[in-house]
Design a protein around this ligand. Sequence first.
Ligand code: ATP
Ligand code: MG
Ligand code: FE
Length: 344
Amino acid sequence: RIILAFESSADETSVALVKNGTEIISLEIATQIKSHQRFGGIVPEVASRHHIEQITLLIDAALSDAGLSYDDITAVAVTYGPGLVGALLIGVTAAKTIAWAHQLPLVPVVHMAGHIAAAQFVAPIEYPALALMVSGGHTEFVLMQSEYEYVVVGDTRDDAAGESYDKVGRTMGLDYPAGKTIDQMAHQGVDEYHLPRALMHDGKLDFSFSGLKSAVINLKHNAEQRGETINLQNLATSFQNAVLEMLLTKTQTALTTYSVKTFIVAGGVAANRGLRDGIDQLQVQFPDVKFIKVPLALAGDNAAMIGAAGDIAYRHGKRAGYDLNAKPGLEFDYLSPDMAFITP
Ligand code: ATP
Ligand code: MG
Ligand code: FE
């Protein structure tokens, strides 16, 4: 099986060809970060325009890189949510058009299922599996009894972890998105500032990051009022330590609560060096669980991960008609029919 996959939910336009859900034949990614940076975030209209300009070029590039034609393709998979409606529509429209023109099955994919399925490029996922899905829009634990059953067993009550990196970065005067920069700075500073960690001792799997973000904003504001300067490198270290402590403590709780065969860390923030190191250390406590960190290069948005998740959805008979629409607020679309297994 060869899946032609599309991703256009935010500021990356991406097209990929993926074989059997585990092998990347070609992957094209066009990022628009430079166009959005001066606005400090993604401008939806600008994003849609870039997606339109790029998508047909990327389809041609993906096919010619692979030396394949439309005849070789088994199905077309596309992210249909969540994300920016105008951005999603470009990918959805391209996928529908190709599916119709070449009479191929059309497979709608949930963006987060894609992030998680990127683990398949590292090693086979054994089930039941648990994923820490941590990105710009999500920070949640996803439990999967089998490959096509998703249950969210923990979620953020406010900001996502990546969002808090970006907002704190803005306060620090860094370019958007700030995750990678803060990660680099954090490795050079010392933990000087006392910042709060939320929901640490409740034994539950929900997160909260807005208090931490507010604490950083207040710290900076108060220092400015007093004419003091903040050491930004040390602030980055203190902030990252707080985020990691929350993510890793909850992960430890999740792995104690649910006995799973595989643990996956996925999403844009899975590129964080501190998080990857912390996950490696946690592995020691859970020697029987197979830990998979999605590849660094595939942590952020890309179509290869949509091809991997699309392959799973395709094999389970998931199909869309030509009336497929973008769903900006989409959640996991295939939930476990047997909720009993989630009761710890
Ligand atoms: P979602 O996947 O929830 O819909 P998204 O697609 O916008 O949201 P991703 O592209 O998966 O998010 O991830 C982008 C986020 O990852 C940004 O918030 C960015 O700051 C963050 N990020 C990227 N690299 C790092 C890093 N090294 N450390 C921390 N955060 C990072
Ligand atoms: Mg992005
Ligand atoms: Fe994403």
